[in-house]
Ligand binder design. Structure first.
Ligand SMILES: [Zn+2]
Ligand SMILES: [Zn+2]
Length: 479
């Protein structure tokens, strides 16, 4: 095709998207579109990949379900919705308004809990989610398998699944991973905004050390133990989630995994070059492995001018992923309750049907395409992960632990980190050490050190982390 013809079709596609969004950025569908989307949602209800409601319950309500009635319209709650720290979007009323049939509830602990109380917090959140589902049995249905999802859909309830967001929740321990599976967790996001001792997080894809959350590239992707973790996730039947990981981690994990992987909440890096989005070379692998990218709605990942985002910005990411990975490799992962800013007319789960209506009105998405997007694809991926697990039945559980010293006394966390930093210093490049001192700096309040550098924000150092071997502030390959 000639360049002029290609340009014509690109402009046509952009015009189509723009024409469905009003000049003020709002969206209102045609009446006939509503009927089509009702049918789509009946055939294939939304199963969303990522929601941080549990974190809000921890922070705002101390995990106390008596403080907030999740079955009510929470925009009318006296403080839940208007709390100064509130980034709350989800309740059963709004989920039902968009025909939700399933939700992966995120089990998230901050990176500051790494090597500290991440496992404790993870367990508390799992307990919270189990109590939530038990409290609303007429609306929510606990799900840990494809069969459970289908059952929930048949009953007209919301299949409630769990995904653990951040590899630091397993403390580099296969035993903990397997117990999280036993408790019902069905995906593990390999990293959050910190590196783990075996994987690099996405902030390490940034080139400028003064970028927010900048991380050193410590492992150049996954370590040998990290690769073994992919095998173990395949063996037990837990999905590998690559949202939040670095590009190298993504590539190595997809190539290693015997089952399709997921991105529970991400967009396209070619549309907006944020490190949380998926680069094209990875999207090609998503396609060839039948994996899935579940679209994120967080304005900060959609475009640079994130104060003025609309549904058209989400559509731009959707169109690109569709172009490279194909419509069979897409889903929805809104990130509600975990973000502070969302596109106009997509501010909460009740408005997700706007996105479906807008996609339909562009004329480039068929009913069949949209049914794949809402849940058919994620159900296929989940079933495939179970199939791979069943095919690996004969394999033994992994037992090799990372060589982390164990301490019984109350100072064990600090001791552990100091020992690791010292060991890493001897190894030269393995650990990155915070610049500015002759001995490794450990923040005893947060327990964080240069091993997993996050500088500036938690008081460890006002200067970027630096490799111990060559002084690089970019990566630890020292090349
Ligand atoms: Zn989250
Ligand atoms: Zn996230």
């Amino acid at each position: 095709m000639g360049l002029k013809i290609v340009a014509f079709f690109v402009i046509l596609a952009i015009t189509r998207v723009k024409s469905v969004i009003k000049p003020d950025g709002s969206f209102e569908s045609k009446p006939e579109t509503k009927a089509v989307v009702d049918k789509i949602l009946k055939n294939s209800p939304i199963i969303d990949g990522h929601n941080d409601l549990a974190t809000n319950f921890r922070v705002l309500a101390q995990n106390d379900l008596s403080k907030v009635d999740f079955s009510s319209d929470l925009t009318k709650h006296p403080w839940w919705y208007t709390h100064e720290n509130a980034e709350t979007h989800t309740d059963l009323v709004r989920m039902k308004a968009s025909g939700y049939g399933g939700q992966f509830w995120a089990v998230f602990t901050e990176c500051t809990t790494q090597m500290k109380d991440s496992v404790e917090q993870t367990l508390e959140t799992i307990d919270f989610l189990k109590r939530l589902v038990r409290k609303y049995p007429e609306h929510l249905h606990w799900a840990t398998s494809s069969k459970d999802i289908e059952e929930a859909l048949k009953l007209g309830k919301i299949a409630s699944l769990m995904g653990v967001e951040g590899g630091h929740s397993i403390q580099s321990n296969y035993g903990i991973l397997r117990m999280l599976y036993e408790l019902g967790a069905r995906y593990l996001t390999l990293t959050h905004t910190c590196n783990t001792p075996w994987a690099d997080g996405s902030p390490s894809d940034q080139d400028n050390p003064s970028s927010p959350n900048f991380l050193l590239r410590e492992h150049n992707g996954l370590t040998t133990w990290g690769l073994g973790l992919i095998d173990e996730l395949n063996r037990i039947g837990m999905m590998v989630d690559l949202s939040h990981t670095s590009e190298k981690t993504m590539l190595q994990a997809i190539k290693r995994s015997k089952a399709p992987i997921i991105f529970s909440h991400s967009g396209a890096r070619a549309v907006y070059g944020h490190h949380r989005n998926v680069p094209d070379d990875v999207l090609e692998l998503v396609k060839s492995t039948g994996s899935i990218v579940m679209l994120n709605y967080y304005s900060a990942y959609l475009k640079k001018d994130h104060n003025n985002t609309t549904i058209a910005d989400v559509i731009a990411h959707a169109e690109h992923i569709k172009k490279i990975a194909g419509v069979d490799c897409m889903g929805l992962g809104g990130d509600f309750d975990g973000v502070e800013i969302l596109p106009k007319d997509l501010e909460h789960p009740g408005k997700v049907r706007n996105l479906l209506e807008a996609l339909y009105e562009t004329g480039t998405w068929t009913e069949e395409d949209l049914e794949k997007l809402t849940s058919k694809n994620i159900r296929r991926v989940f079933a495939k992960v179970e199939e791979v697990r069943d095919s690996l039945k004969g394999e033994e559980p992994k037992q090799d632990a990372l060589p982390v010293p164990q301490y019984a006394d109350t100072d064990r966390i600090t001791d552990k980190i100091v020992t690791m930093v010292t060991e890493n210093l001897q190894l030269g490049c393995k650990g990155s050490v915070v610049r500015g001192g002759t001995s490794p700096q450990v923040n005893t309040t947060t327990g964080r050190s240069g091993v997993w550098p996050s500088w500036g924000s938690d008081g460890t150092s006002s200067l970027p982390p630096q490799c111990a071997k060559c002084g690089s502030t970019r990566d630890c390959s020292c090349s």
